[in-house]
Design a protein around this ligand. Structure first.
Ligand code: HSE
Length: 312
């Protein structure tokens, strides 16, 4: 194989109550990586589109190429050379798992180029290293679902224990990205390190409720459990009109609405694509009233994860 073109999807991390432990993939947007073999060893970045020149072109500092480097090292194949082009289809600092989608597309592509020496699950530790480079924390709730598809739980980080949970087929996601940027590092920095016992109890109840609701296809239970008493109250201040936009989603039959990842994107879950579109319209109109433009993505839960677009 000489050339691979691969896509990896955006993701909604945390899903209200599951900070750093829950995430799911959506159908779009997503990033695309092209990898082409070259004769000389080493990975070089040929081009990055869609990032307004903001991502590092130095392969030792870019999440996409760093994860590939980790994979080659593990295989003891530092003799391999390749040229990488990254097409970013979502803004940086969007809360849609932008860096994770790039890292997953990259690690998936090089694994395909080398004839799949690793399973998807085995690619996860490499992809996590991309998050460490991109935002200073090795969380897996974006790379996990982008790589494995579906709704993902990270039960433990050390050792890594990651699995997917079945979700109702009709479950849909509304993802609204207001035209502002939130840096994940900053959004993590403002969080408190201590959590009260009272809030821990509430959060654990909601975590258990959400998983049970998804597995039993119990939409009322899903709805009651999409509550975050720990992270959302702190981070909401980073998103202008957060309360109003959330209320607009709930008024339009959303099962729940919260911050997508570290924000500023907000997500809502609902029982159909039609509802998801209506909720999105209401959320966008509420941002618009405050003079904030936004972009809307409506999607089912993407069970597929990364996709091979071309190989030759
Ligand atoms: N769980 C991470 C956070 C996701 O909320 O900081 C970042 O996209």
């Amino acid at each position: 194989m000489n050339y691979i073109k691969a896509f990896a999807p955006a993701t909604v991390a945390n899903v209200a109550c599951g900070f750093d432990i829950f995430g799911f993939a959506v159908d779009e947007p997503g990033d695309i990586v092209e990898v082409r073999r070259r004769d000389e060893p080493g990975i070089v970045i040929m081009d990055i589109t869609g990032d307004e020149g903001r991502l590092p072109r130095d392969a030792s500092r870019n999440a996409v190429t760093v994860v590939m480097q980790h994979l080659l090292k593990k295989l003891d194949r530092l003799d391999v050379g390749c040229e990488v082009t990254l097409h970013k289809n979502m803004p940086l600092g969007s809360g849609m798992g932008s860096s994770a989608a790039s890292a997953v597309a990259g690690v998936f592509a090089i694994n395909e180029l080398l004839g799949q020496p690793f399973t998807r699950h085995q690619l996860l530790p490499f992809a996590i290293e991309g998050e460490r480079i991109a935002c200073g924390s090795a969380h897996a709730d974006n790379v996990g679902p982008s790589l494995l598809g579906g709704f993902v739980v990270i039960r433990s980080y050390q050792p890594l224990d990651v699995f997917t949970v079945p979700v109702p087929d009709s479950l849909h996601c509304t993802l609204v990205h207001p035209d502002i940027e939130v840096n994940t590092k900053d959004a993590r920095y403002i969080l408190r390190n201590e959590v009260s016992l009272k809030n821990t109890i509430s959060q654990m109840g909601n975590v258990a409720g959400l998983i049970t609701g998804l597995m039993k296809e119990d939409f009322d239970l899903i709805s009651r459990s999409l509550v975050d008493v720990i992270i959302e109250p702190v981070r909401a201040i980073l998103i202008p009109e957060f309360n109003e936009v959330k209320q607009a989603a709930l008024d339009n039959d959303a099962l729940g609405c919260s911050i997508s990842g570290a924000g500023p994107s907000m997500f809502a879950l609902s029982k159909s694509r039609l509802e998801a579109a209506r909720i999105g319209k209401a959320m966008q109109e509420t941002f618009e009233l405050a003079g904030i433009s936004s972009k809307l993505h409506v999607s089912g839960i993407n069970k597929e994860g990364p996709k091979l677009l071309e190989k030759r």
